[in-house]
Write a new protein. Structure first.
Length: 319
């Protein structure tokens, strides 16, 4: 799929915020190299959020969002400000444009607070530095912090630096998402491993104590099936390429539900909370579906595990 065909939901949403006439539209046009936004000296030109999909190198496919001024006034102005705040729910990267001749005010501080609250990475862009004296530019440059850039949309000053910072934010966001995916995967696998381990340990003890050959054979089969499941889970953990690529493989085969549900019961019986009974209600032994046996096992196991967490007395039944 080419970048032009990238769905909007898969694009990085870069939203531009700021007061009226801070120069949001001018910054958008300077960053994109196109006349995407209407530039006017009249305050409040942007009355509704404007969405534009495009390919912005080196960022790739993005959704650029221009928002109404966060200092709009009156009843209608309050509605426009509210619409700007709503854009935060769709924002991956936020750009807060500040008129360097006016400085940072209460509206900008409130927006920065909302960025932090929602965990949105952001840049602060001081625009119109071409209107400042050399001395004031030096003073402002001395006070800027990490994540703040001095630019002039009118003459293109430091626009490339702004684009470089945007790229860094996107890369940091992607790394954070990958780390979260890995941690989620490992946390889930840690939970999954406990189920076959408990069954192996529990039934091994019963085998050691049982003198009935037929009974011992049945327990051996339970232990063996859980050995296989444990081995498969360990292989998934070791195969870190699946985490990196986000690909989970499925092996589709005919699955008999009755013996599968019985296996699930045998694997969880030793994890039952005290005072709680796990009941498997047998179904038609001839029911066969096409699916991934191990994935089905994991899904039902998770449902039973959640039931264990919230059940203190009585029984949990499935089938």
């Amino acid at each position: 799929m080419g970048m032009n065909q990238t769905p909007a939901s898969e694009r990085v949403h870069v939203s531009f915020f700021g007061k009226r006439n801070a120069g949001k539209s001018s910054i958008i046009n300077a960053v994109t190299g196109q006349d995407l936004a209407i530039v006017s000296s009249v305050m409040g030109t942007t009355t509704d959020p404007v969405y534009k999909t495009m390919e912005l190198l080196p960022l790739g496919p993005v959704m650029v969002i221009d928002t109404p001024g966060i200092d709009d006034e009156g009843e209608l102005g309050a509605l426009r400000v509210h619409k700007s705040y709503q854009v935060l729910n769709k924002t991956d990267i936020a750009i807060l444009v500040i008129d360097s001749t006016a400085g940072k005010g209460e509206e900008e501080l409130e927006l920065i607070h909302r960025f932090h609250k929602k965990g949105i990475p952001y840049l602060i862009v001081y625009n119109k530095i071409d209107l400042l004296s050399t001395e004031k530019i030096k003073d402002l440059a001395m006070s800027v912090r990490a994540g703040e850039v001095l630019v002039s949309a009118s003459d293109g000053m430091n626009i490339q630096e702004l684009k470089d910072h945007e790229q860094e934010l996107i890369e940091s966001r992607e790394l954070a998402e990958q780390a979260e995916l890995k941690q989620s995967f490992l946390n889930n696998m840690s939970h999954e491993i406990r189920t076959p381990l408990n069954a192996i340990v529990g039934f091994s003890r019963i085998i050691a104590e049982s003198t009935n050959e037929e009974e011992r054979l049945g327990y051996y089969e339970i232990v063996e099936s859980n050995n296989e499941r444990l081995l498969q889970l360990i292989n998934e953990i070791l195969d870190l390429s699946k985490i990196e690529s986000g690909i989970v493989e499925f092996t589709i085969t005919p699955v008999r539900l009755h013996p599968l549900c019985k296996e699930i019961h045998d694997a969880h019986i030793f994890r039952c909370p005290e005072g709680v009974e796990l009941i498997y209600e047998p179904s038609d032994e001839n029911i066969v579906i096409d699916g991934d046996k191990n994935r089905i096992f994991q899904v039902i196991s998770n449902l039973i595990g959640n039931a264990f967490k919230f059940t203190t007395t009585g029984h949990i039944s499935y089938g």
